[in-house]
Ligand binder design. Structure first.
Ligand SMILES: Cc1cc2nc3c(=O)[nH]c(=O)nc-3n(C[C@H](O)[C@H](O)[C@H](O)COP(=O)(O)OP(=O)(O)OC[C@H]3O[C@@H](n4cnc5c(N)ncnc54)[C@H](O)[C@@H]3O)c2cc1C
Length: 317
């Protein structure tokens, strides 16, 4: 695996990119190819590459590389190109703040807090998953309720199983992929419950991750209660009517020890808010021009920070 360069940052950068996922790497490469001299990517993780490292399934790069790659392969290829182009990369470093003069405040365990200057900044911080709080599922607060992306990190990066008998709420792509992944690891995936009358993820994921593994998909059905004291013991599910209201007298209980949530992503917009860029109430990300510039001069945004993309190839574009 290519590891990011340990770079001593300092001086003025032409372009500072916050976030080293596929969006940030593509932006940095684009800036270099267009003549920018000093370009820096900053990422809080140990390696640049973003969410791709935990996506060990295939299905990436069909449009951009005309090949089917895994997430880590896609990240690796891009990171190699970024480093070949002499882009500076600092990882393990958190961006705390950017002001309107493009002074970027960084923090890391080894170097403490530093401020660097940029002529142009790019927001490429990706997205975060919606949690139980976002949809207010009633019930107790036991262990075993988590987002599908967190479960993916546990299984694929850290080597832990999140549970033995799993219910999934929401049929987004991450949830569908995790239904298959957990089945392959010997976990019983009892079913996927989706409030809408159709699946949310790509058709190929419904077929390859659920149908091929006989995992039931319950459409127009949602979780209405979580039970359990220390650990999840069961969930109550119910069909919904045409206004998406649960029909409680048709509810039933599903014993399980884990509830995974795949109920959508929202742009990571803490820094965007601090900078006071104009946000779009529909996407939750910054409003951008046709050149992806935000409402603050010289601050650009790209990838899932702007709006949620299904495919990494479109993020790269
Ligand atoms: C679980 C999952 C499965 C997916 N499966 C597929 C698939 O099969 N095929 C496909 O084409 N696409 C898939 N996607 C979509 C694709 O991977 C994403 O669209 C893409 O990774 C988004 O790129 P990004 O650069 O915008 O964000 P990310 O990849 O999330 O990168 C953002 C980076 O910014 C860093 N960061 C955030 N805030 C800060 C800060 N303050 N300071 C420093 N660093 C910061 C983060 O650490 C992260 O590395 C999947 C996505 C997910 C979440």
């Amino acid at each position: 695996m290519i590891t990011t360069k340990a770079t001593q940052v300092g001086g003025v950068y032409d372009v500072v990119v916050v976030g080293g996922g596929p969006a940030g790497m593509a932006a940095a490469l684009g800036a270099k190819e267009s003549g920018a001299q000093r370009v820096l990517i900053i990422d809080r993780e140990k390696e640049a590459g973003g969410i791709l490292w935990q996506c060990i399934h295939a299905g990436f790069g069909l449009h951009y590389f005309k090949e089917e790659l895994t997430g880590p392969e896609y990240a690796q290829r891009f990171l190699a190109r970024v480093l070949e182009h002499d882009v500076d990369v600092v990882s393990d470093t958190y961006v705390l703040d950017i002001d309107r003069n493009k002074q970027v405040k960084l923090m890391s365990g080894t170097s403490g807090v530093r401020i660097i200057a940029a002529r142009t900044a790019v927001l490429a911080m990706g997205a975060r998953e919606r949690t139980r709080g976002a949809i207010r599922i009633p019930g107790t607060r036991p262990a075993g309720v988590m987002t599908a992306g967190l479960a993916q990190k546990f299984v694929n990066l850290l080597g832990y199983l999140p549970g033995r008998r799993v219910v999934l709420l929401g049929s987004g792509d991450i949830g569908l992929i995790m239904a298959r992944r957990l089945t392959l690891e010997g976990v019983e995936v009892v079913g996927v419950f989706e409030i809408m009358p159709h699946a949310n993820g790509l058709t190929r994921n419904v077929v390859q991750c659920l149908h091929d593994f006989d995992i039931p998909l319950h459409l127009s059905t949602t979780v209405v209660h979580i039970h359990g004291r220390d650990r999840v013991e069961k969930v109550t599910v119910a069909p919904v009517d045409s206004s998406l209201r649960p029909v409680m007298d048709k509810r039933w209980d599903v014993p399980c020890d884990t509830l995974l949530l795949s109920i959508g992503l929202i742009p990571e917009n803490e820094l965007s808010r601090q900078l006071n860029v104009r946000l779009d109430p529909v996407t939750g990300g910054p409003v951008v021009s046709s050149t992806m510039e935000t409402s603050v001069d010289g601050v650009f945004a790209c990838g899932n920070v702007v709006h949620i993309h299904d495919l990494v190839d479109f993020v790269t574009q």
